[in-house]
Write a protein that binds this ligand. Structure first.
Ligand code: 4NP
Length: 155
């Protein structure tokens, strides 16, 4: 049985691709790549088909992480599996998903899993320009998320 994790933000070019890339790296390093599938998508459609923002790609490269994904929008199929971990970058993302698809039993904000920050929403670097801060927050949240997934699945 495969465990699915879907990171969601607004545009799928800044924050959720960062989370996908960081989390995929952690999963690979833990030797769990054949048990956990990792993806990302946006609630909006403006950037569908585009590469990640240059700021996201630059910061990932600075931390030695490759990312070649293209933006896509969340689909009903994504939300149809109640076991998929739907991990949003902020509360607006969660509200948008719930408004469109109804309540999903397995959703959270990424920073609900973060141990070293009071932030619960990842500030959008599309507006702030601070991609390194996003990397730090996302890494914190991804560590806690992986621990939660390992615990829930007795891995
Ligand atoms: P993201 O950032 O949700 O982290 O990918 C954004 C990207 C694009 C837009 C907003 C946020 N936009 O309005 O086009």
């Amino acid at each position: 049985m495969s465990i699915n994790v879907l990171f969601v933000c607004l545009g799928n070019i800044c924050r959720s691709p960062m989370a996908e890339a960081v989390f995929q790296q952690m999963v690979n390093d833990a030797g769990l790549a054949n048990q956990i599938t990792v993806d990302s998508a946006g609630t909006g459609s403006w950037h569908v088909g585009e590469r990640a923002h240059s700021g996201t790609r630059r910061v990932l490269a600075q931390h030695g992480i490759q990312y070649n994904g293209r933006a896509r929008q969340v689909t009903a199929a994504d939300m149809a599996d109640p076991d998929t971990w739907i991990i949003a970058m902020d509360g607006d993302n969660l509200r948008d998903l719930e408004g469109r698809y109804g309540r999903h039993p397995h959703t959270a904000r990424l920073l609900d899993y973060a141990a070293n920050t009071q932030e619960r929403s990842v500030p959008d670097p599309y507006y702030t320009g601070n991609f390194e801060y996003v990397y730090q927050l996302v890494s914190d949240g991804c560590h806690g998320l992986l621990a939660a997934i390992l615990e829930e699945n007795n891995l």
